[in-house]
Design a protein around this ligand. Sequence first.
Ligand code: SF4
Length: 718
Amino acid sequence: MSAGRYDILFEPVVIGPKTAPNRFWQTPHASGFGTEYPDMQAAYRGMKAEGGWGVVFTEATSVASETDKGPYVLGRLWDEGDVRNSRRIVERIHAGGALAGVELEYHSSMSVAAEGRLVAHAVDPVAGEGTLPVAYAGTAATLHVSDIARIQDLHVQAALRAVDAGYDLITLHCGHAASLISHFLIPYYNTRTDAYGGSFENRARFAREILAKVRDAVGDRAAVGLRFGVDTLDAPLGLGDRGMRHDGEAPRVIQYLDDLVDYWDLIIGGVDWGQDAQSSRTARENHEAPYTGGMKQYTSKPVVNVGRLNSPDTMVKVIRSGQADFIGAARAGISDPFLPAKIRDGAIEDIRECIGCNLCVSRANIANGRIVCTQNPTIGEEFRRDWHPEVFDVAGNRDRTVLVVGAGPAGLECAMVLGKRGFDMVHLVDAAEEVGGSLNWITRLPGRQEWRHVVEYRELQLSKLKNVTTILGTRLSADDILDYGAEIVVIATGSHYAADAVSPYDRRPLPFGDSFRGNVVTPEEVMSGAATIGDRVLVWDTDGYFVGPGIAEHLASRGHEVTAVTPASAFGPYLHQTMEDARVTEDLRALDVRIFPSSGLGGATADTVTVDTLAGPVEAGVDTVVVVGQRVTDSDLYRELHDRGAEWEAAGLTRVYRIGDSLRPSFIADAVFSGHRLAREIDSPNPDEPRPYIRERRLLNATDADFTPTGPAQSRAV
Ligand code: SF4
């Protein structure tokens, strides 16, 4: 495939007074760094610019203390201190050759304002967004008409600070049915009877006034645009016909405000941003096109589209078809900050494609959650650990032979990075006939097929590394390893679900006596086909994430009658953080899965299980119980090797590490990170201890020594 095929993606585009060097637009998204951690934020955003993104935005940035979302760490442009911190961020983005953008937001009813305890104002005393119930934030004060000029001026002052910090693009947020400007526009929220409510012109008045004031203030020093939610979708996840509709008022909004903007960043979103940032379970590539794709005809200004735009061919189609002028993405750039550079250089197969798991989204939903990524373990570590996603230094102990046992996510990542660090000889050995470990069954769960990219990306990279040999279908014992001749051994043998009820919720054994004639199985046994599954299945879930609901859906869709029981208040509560819970629950109900949250197992007869619900016991006919409980490490090999430490010297063995789930079962992202970190630090001066990382924090009485990588505090003063 010729690199010329993608040339259109690398055309410069004029945006008002600025010119983007290409069509890659990294959209605003939370990182957990805000402006409070400027070094981490600068390194994070700077890496995107280095990776070829022509436009790099930071994140939702509140214009004043009263609209702060704290304790969520997001951007702030309240004062000169925020300007100083922002300058460092902008400088790093500019150093990479990109335009720097900031998204100004007045969060209205979403403003927790935990720090200043000031009161936000809203168009109406509307309830909070779906992701943040009103109880968290309280209800905002209704904006009196006499307050409007003051609120608009807060935006103007923040925009001037943005210019002062060097930002090239200033977006006013008007999407996700969450910001003040969108609330004025949308009849669902705007029930005012004054000059700012009622008719279309009245509801659009606030947007016109604020855009005009911001433009007047910043002049040619920055381009000004609107991030506009063109469709707030159907109820219950959306606002229905009283919301914004792409085939309703949205075209009119664009035409009405077009003279006041330099660009349009078009998105969708109902009662929260989960419809915009849908996971791969429900959203295919370019899934927003039915809503945003026809909007360009209403504007003379450049248009940004988003919606899981992962493939370069789709990107070209989006541009060539006139759907949009810019390829907007957050997750694609988290998973691979160098996506544009790889397309430019014709290295398409080396793109670390986003799997749409939404783990990054879940971190944004957890207050103060620092960004992580299943595919990219270096994300967020640019400053803290000085990790570059594409650059690996040669290991000081590269002449040591390394044996990695286990080719799941942790082992694959570790072997790949060891290979890239130039080790003479790395062997990756697995008992299975294919690499992938637990992902081989996880990716057969409904909607998780795209997670296979975690394996495929690493498999391909390994195939290019001549210093790494992959050996499959070989189960190694401790004797085998001691005879292997490797100087360093890395155990990455994973974990498995225990077939009992041990969990943080419930440490009691399953209350089934000998009379229960059904079988009790684990998720792995279900997905491998090793277990006989009866007609009536009970899924007992204390794991709390996607596996329990995934198993229930898998079995129900094959005709089994499924009952799901969990002591948690929801089935798969972590799916709320990945913003998948509503659709997963809807799909399970469509399959007639009975769900008993906040419930326990009370006992069993030969073919029934008693479910203890808050409303009393319920008898469920059950042939098979699937226990989705605690995962336990498969670390016998590690323990045996350490028990035989006296034999290491004779075997030439110097160190045995363990990584991933064999150390502690956790998210796939944690397994990948664990393998990556060991490979990065395997030549550490003290290999038995993790290397210290830089803690960005305010440090009292700081001295120059504190700023050195080996400074006693390992800290940076702000
Ligand atoms: Fe994509 Fe998952 Fe990484 Fe987010 S965490 S960028 S969804 S791979």
